[in-house]
Design a protein around this ligand. Sequence first.
Ligand code: FMN
Length: 359
Amino acid sequence: MELKIPSLKNQFYIRLHKQLHNFVAMTENRIRQVFRERKEQGKTVTVAGPMVRYSKLPFRALVRHFDCDVVYSPMMLAREFCRNQTARLCDFTTNKDDFPLIVQLGGNNAEDMVKAVKMLQPYVDGVGINCGCPIKEQIREGVGAALMTAPDLVAEMVAAIRKECGAEIYVEVKMRIHKDLNDTVHFAKLVEAAGADSISVHGRLVPQRSRTAPNYDGIKIVKDSVDVPVIANGDAFTTTNIEEIVELTGCDGVMAARGILSNPAMFAGYTKTPWRAVELFWDYVTAYGLPYALTIHHFSEMLEAELTRYEKKDLNNCKNMVELINWFDDRFDLKRPGDEDFAIRDEYPWKNRTSFVYN
Ligand SMILES: Cc1cc2nc3c(=O)[nH]c(=O)nc-3n(C[C@H](O)[C@H](O)[C@H](O)COP(=O)(O)O)c2cc1C
């Protein structure tokens, strides 16, 4: 076979490509970097947990703006993601500012997981395996919380991703606790040994709903059993809650889901959604795109503490994006990017509020 010598120009590009490749290989994974830096600073890693439908790009950008260190995508089913381009386009959009990002996958076998991770790898810092989703349809398929009783399979998934996708990708497992905490410790130790970078623990049993208080002792037992970072999850609604959770569990990070849904600025110390978050969210929604049903749901959650019952009903009567933006413009002094005062005010700039409350 004739050996073809690349032209000088091509040699230059090949060298450049190799240098870039080496640079990327040498660069620390951005999630590991966050954990290392926060540890050095004596700080807790703040994590925006996965929320099916809600943890989309505009919302991720918003929580990042308010001191969230690591952000999850919603769970995506690994098999659907690989098979179906429409599922990929609907489920996953990202951009260059969307980091550090963990995409959470649901799956019931290592092969699907590896395939999905290989497709995602160029765009994300890490992947997570969902072992906590209690939805019956998922459990029936052996996905989500079904994996809580299959620690060997989860360890196999972690090891396969590690082997096939390399050391650079961050691999995480999000689990719940078991009735018998010995099972929880066994589970955590197995996934750690398989090569997981960290473990997130939602401190509730699979059948327990959010009104049951999380078992922080159960989370602490995991933290005390493994060497990798552990992220505590359950009922973090304020920065005071976060301090208490760290105190009780000794964990390296705290993950919030419902807390940031109702107040995306929670990690920055706000106790309710500040007005600036509303303006920023409008900007991200219009710049990156978000379906109307999700947009109104987010605003409804974010404004929960500010609006009266009548005002909430009124907001939820909006039928489309145009009505929604008019609703805001009629009631508030809503600034756009480029306007003076855009995204700097915390108080709600109401216009003639009382006339709307009772109308
Ligand atoms: C709307 C919603 C969607 C969720 N979707 C997911 C998901 O896709 N994957 C997952 O592991 N957990 C999911 N969860 C669970 C949360 O990530 C979290 O574990 C749980 O809500 C407890 O945290 P919290 O008390 O801070 O809300 C979801 C929770 C909510 C409220």
